[in-house]
Write a protein that binds this ligand. Structure first.
Ligand code: DOR
Ligand code: ZN
Length: 427
């Protein structure tokens, strides 16, 4: 299969240049004559970005497939210009042993529209963790959240960091401090946003501080998931180490705790203040934050309609992270080059995906053509995630992905699924 994308503005973190991109057998290659191409796409007036890599999604397969399965989750990803996802271990059964991982891989094989990788969940069974092969990294829940993978004891954190160090794998920490959250339970009152006061900014800061100290001692790769507060950003900014990466989730950029009227905007970590949101935006620009990741966490409407303290935490996001950020480009809040740095190059670097995140010759032909003039509103009617709702309902966004290419195949074009299930396990 030979493909040419002609005359698009090709974007990297360094520059944007109008050029042709040539693809053969899933890779970007040197120029070849147009007569040899099986397909030619007209990129004039559009921007070609490396496919978005979302290193933090919860696709619920197996065990929660009423909320999402790999087909629906990866379809939502493909429609959103996301060509690689990394899936979290809090499925049912959880991905905490080689056996569970092998079963998950078997189940997902041939059912994903985008490329994928899996995290192992850290538990007290360190032997099981040590034996796990073919993973993107290790997920460590320092606080309780969906799925019961809490590992609270610092002595275990240290062992997990050592295992990661020995294997040169990143540890992804969910950095909230469980003891701090429990202490704050007294703040629980009548308001839905009391939830944000219980899982306070201080609890996040405390956990990040402990994780950074421990990383310094052990020397492993560390990725801090969903940074949400100014205080955490200050710790990360002061730390500066090539083995440290971190992410921000779109919901923490586009909502504050004041928006939390019910459980639909309940997630862990929760929404924060406008001061925190402004600090997050500044950190996207100054390089403190290295990745945008959605923490796509679908739950059914029925579950979210429950009382705030009963309903599960998490919001879907994989389908709209790119249009949200493209709209922010349109509004002059950041550049397209910065979007590529945060959504393509940053995640590729954090998770060692050497052939992804860029459009140089020899790299994987994962890419997305975007139309910066297209304007439409987000609606639950357009959602491909099985949960069937989105926190961004009624947002009017300018800048949308129009063609998604995975492994050199056109997967989405003009709102249609063109090629099915061509994603592969990248680990
Ligand atoms: O809000 C969240 N939802 N945070 C998590 O840590 C887990 C996730 C989920 O799986 O629902
Ligand atoms: Zn998560």
């Amino acid at each position: 299969m030979k493909l040419i994308i002609q005359s698009a503005s090709v974007v990297s973190s360094r520059n944007t240049k109008v050029r042709d991109v040539f693809v053969e057998d899933g890779k970007i290659v040197e120029a070849f004559p147009e007569s040899e191409a099986d397909e030619v796409l007209d990129g004039r007036g559009k921007f070609l970005l490396p496919g978005v890599i979302d290193p933090h999604v919860h696709f619920r397969d197996p065990g929660g497939t009423d909320k999402e399965d790999f087909e629906s989750g990866s379809l939502a990803a493909a429609f959103g210009g996301v060509t690689t996802i990394l899936d979290m271990p809090n499925t049912n059964p959880p991905t905490i042993s080689q056996k569970a991982l092998d079963e998950k891989k078997k189940l997902v094989n041939g059912r994903s529209h985008v490329n994928y990788g899996f995290f192992a969940g850290a538990t007290k069974d360190l032997d099981a963790l040590k034996k796990m092969k073919g993973i993107a990294g290790i997920k460590l829940y320092m606080a309780s959240s969906t799925g019961g993978l809490l590992l609270e004891e610092p002595e275990y954190w240290e062992e997990v960091f050592k295992i990661a160090k020995a294997r040169d794998l990143p540890v992804v920490v969910h950095a909230e401090h469980e003891g701090c959250i429990q202490k704050n339970m007294g703040r629980k009152g009548e308001e839905p946003s009391d939830y944000c006061k219980v899982r306070s900014s201080e609890c996040a800061r405390e956990a990040v501080e402990l994780a950074l100290e421990l990383r310094k001692k052990i020397g492993n790769r560390l990725h801090i998931a969903h940074l949400s507060t100014k205080a955490e950003l200050e710790l990360v900014r002061a730390y500066k180490n090539p083995k440290l990466s971190c992410e921000v989730a779109p919901h923490h950029l586009f909502f504050t705790m004041e928006d939390m009227e019910d459980a639909f905007l309940k997630m862990n970590p929760p929404l924060r203040t406008i001061m925190d949101v402004e600090a997050l935006w500044r950190s996207l620009l100054d390089g403190t934050v290295t990745c945008i990741a959605t923490d796509h966490a679908p739950h059914t409407r029925a579950e979210k309609e429950q009382d705030v303290w009963e309903a599960p935490a998490g919001v879907p996001g994989v389908e709209f992270s790119l249009p949200l950020m493209l709209n922010a480009v349109d509004e002059g809040r950041l550049t397209l080059e910065r979007v590529v740095a945060l959504m393509c190059e940053g995640p590729a670097q954090a998770f060692g995906l050497k052939n992804k995140g860029g459009l140089m010759v020899g790299m994987d032909a994962d890419m997305v053509l975007v139309d910066m003039e297209m304007k439409k509103s987000v609606s639950a009617k357009h959602v491909h995630s099985k949960c069937g709702w989105t926190p961004y309902e009624y947002f009017i966004l300018k800048g949308w992905p129009v063609t998604t290419i995975v492994n050199g195949e056109v997967v989405i074009e003009k709102g249609q699924l063109k090629a099915k299930n061509i994603g592969v396990d990248i680990f």
